[in-house]
Design a protein. Structure first.
Length: 228
């Protein structure tokens, strides 16, 4: 049995959490990011990660039960960094257009500046078992929900095209932004330029063509009159 398949007995959860609070665990996660990014999760062994850290392969089991635990830790770290980049400092949502623009620019900036961990987050989660995959999908859902709520507000305020379905739009736009790490090249365009261009593209798609804008304005005015 290879070290990829080996799974040690479950250890006490509280002691495992305590072990992961030390600096060595942070180094292990950073090393796993580098190795997964270079070799891919499937081709990576526990020994590969241990060598990157500078420790014996068996010593990693002080922190984990299986290689999948490392992947979960990397994916959770990717989400933590991405969510922090998106929400710190808090976004002023008073003006929905400005809020959507800020969400897009922050997210695209994070993806472009963190291409390695972003690619792992969006591709390697398929290697997780179903129950653990679901937990990562729930983390991804947080961003989609934030964008969807803003789109819904934009429709209600008569800013965005009423034919735009908030859920489908949020999913499509998230896919658009997440793909930035595949094609972004810093020698061709700056991160700021890419973030700005993506924000303009998103805003334009949500507002819609001139005819759609006029229709949205008319429907919003009628709705407001009826509510009086």
């Amino acid at each position: 049995m290879t070290d990829q398949a080996t799974k040690r007995p479950q250890s006490d959860a509280s002691s495992r959490r305590a072990r992961r609070a030390d600096e060595r665990w942070e180094n292990i996660v950073r090393s796993a990011i580098r190795v997964f990014g270079e070799k891919g999760y499937d081709r990576t062994t526990i020994r590969d990660v241990a060598e990157e850290v500078g420790m014996l392969g068996g010593s990693l089991y002080y922190y984990i039960d299986s290689k999948e635990d490392l992947l979960v830790a990397v994916l959770e770290e990717a989400h933590r960094r991405g969510w922090e980049a998106l929400t710190v400092p808090p976004i002023d949502e008073t003006d929905v257009l400005t809020a959507v623009r800020t969400v897009v620019e922050r997210h695209v900036t994070f993806i472009a500046e963190n291409a390695l961990i972003s690619s792992i987050f969006y591709y390697e989660f398929r290697n997780l078992s179903p129950d653990r995959r679901q937990s990562i999908l729930e983390l991804r859902q947080m961003f989609e929900d934030k964008l969807r709520r803003l789109i819904e507000r934009g429709r209600e305020e008569g800013i965005f095209d009423l034919t735009v379905d908030p859920h489908r739009a949020a999913v499509a736009l998230q896919s658009l932004m997440n793909a930035v790490h595949q094609w972004f090249r810093p020698e061709r365009q700056s991160v700021e330029e890419v973030a700005r261009d993506c924000a303009e593209l998103v805003i334009g798609s949500l507002i819609g063509p001139p005819a759609a804008r006029l229709e949205t304005a008319a429907k919003t005015t009628t709705k407001r009159r009826r509510s009086r």
